[in-house]
Design a protein around this ligand. Structure first.
Ligand SMILES: [Zn+2]
Ligand SMILES: [Zn+2]
Length: 395
């Protein structure tokens, strides 16, 4: 079974789906309309909806005519709290909300997969589960809840796969990488509490601004001196606030930092050392250091065997072997697809959606982001093909 032609035939329909979502974006945990559109779509096409009580996520199930394994495909459905600055007919109609990460395209592609698989389900050995997942963009995310509520059970899901559009990759290309594919990304809020006073009498104060300078330097030394050089990690202090005037020593300084890593052991090391630096700073400077941490998504680990055996050969049937790219280095972005891959083998690939000729090169999370819609049918065909081929080979 080949899905390239069927996907091409559904191309315009999928673009229509995408534009509808694009003009009606909803932020994480608020995807009420999107949820309703997906539910109605599944109902209209006679596709089973599994009630999992996971916010606005929707789980569809297509049971094959023959018994077999279950392959889950995931599309995230949420948008971002930012204005759209593109002048396109399908521009966001909601103020300060925009599909700036391409999740509208992911949702449309998965709807295309649903139509194609539903058409041939009688010949299928096993099942395809459709995870329309809410709230990817906001911690704690929607994936964790779906996993906790049993979306990977009943029937037991054997593998899970997803793809994310990327304007860094030209449309027509897809990319996979074994191992880490997205970083664990955690957030710290620090407060250095000193003792304010006159800028001319520092000896009567505990100056939190001077301490903050040493504190940030100490944090940076964790990455340079404690983490093994070949391991990826980042500590970025992205916000610092304190003080009002040149001759007043402030009472306190607040900071926000993102802490990222590609390995759960490195992640634990970073947290241990950061908290030790907080304690050490208190002892050294006589201040108080308060900290709060918000743990983000875990490290996303792609299954190299699955990529080699299934993802790549199936995608080759859609885009050609010459258009499959191997990702050798992970970026430091976060992605809650990591939760599925903690539970099951599978992979999260990149779907080329950039097109320099059409001026579509701006990356995600930008008010000028838009994608080449020719990516959508390709994404749908790749996902449907991978699911079908896996179920055939494991029947
Ligand atoms: Zn995003
Ligand atoms: Zn995204």
């Amino acid at each position: 079974m080949l899905f390239k032609e069927p996907a091409l035939r559904l191309k315009d329909k999928m673009i229509e789906f995408r534009r509808d979502f694009h003009s009606h974006p909803e932020v994480s945990f608020c995807e009420e309309r999107t949820n309703a559109v997906i539910r109605k779509f599944l109902e209209d096409n006679g596709i089973e909806i599994q009630e999992v009580d996971a916010g606005y996520s929707v789980v569809g199930l297509i049971r094959g005519g023959h018994p077999g394994k279950t392959f889950a495909l995931r599309a995230d459905i949420d948008a971002l709290p930012m204005p759209e600055l593109n002048d396109v007919p399908y521009k966001s109609t909601v103020e300060n909300v925009m599909h700036a990460c391409g999740h509208d395209a992911h949702t449309a592609a998965l709807m295309g997969v649903a139509l194609m698989i539903n058409e041939v389900k009688d010949q299928m050995h096993g099942n395809v589960k459709l995870l329309f997942q809410a709230a990817e963009e906001k911690i704690p995310g929607g994936a964790k809840t779906l996993v906790e509520k049993g979306a990977l059970e009943n029937p037991y899901v054997d593998v899970v796969m997803g793809m994310h559009v990327s304007n860094q990759l030209p449309v027509g290309k897809v990319a996979f990488g074994a191992g880490p594919g997205a970083a664990a990304s955690d957030t710290y809020k620090f407060k250095i509490i000193g003792k304010g006073g006159h800028g001319a009498s520092p000896h009567t104060t505990i100056d939190p601004i001077a301490i903050a300078a040493y504190f940030i330097t100490s944090l940076q030394s964790i990455v340079s001196r404690n983490v093994e050089p070949v391991q990826g990690s980042v500590i970025t202090v992205g916000a610092i606030h304190g003080g009002t005037k040149e001759n007043i020593i402030a009472d306190e300084v607040e900071m926000l930092a993102t802490v990222r890593s590609l390995d759960e052991e490195v992640r634990a090391l970073l947290h241990r050392r950061i908290q030790e630096v907080c304690k050490g700073t208190e002892l050294t400077y006589g201040c108080n250091v308060e900290w709060e941490v918000e743990m983000g998504y875990p490290v996303l680990i792609n299954d190299g065997d699955f990529i080699k055996k299934y993802a790549v050969p199936s995608c080759e049937k859609v885009v050609g072997a010459e258009n499959i790219i191997e990702i050798k280095k992970s970026g430091m972005g976060g992605e809650d697809f990591a939760y599925y891959l903690q539970q099951r083998p599978g992979c999260f690939g990149s779907l080329g959606s950039g097109n320099a000729e059409k001026g579509l090169t701006v990356g995600g999370h930008n008010s000028m982001f838009d994608l080449d819609e020719d990516a959508i049918w390709r994404g749908a065909a790749c996902l449907a093909q991978a699911a079908w081929d896996y179920l055939e080979e494991n029947k």
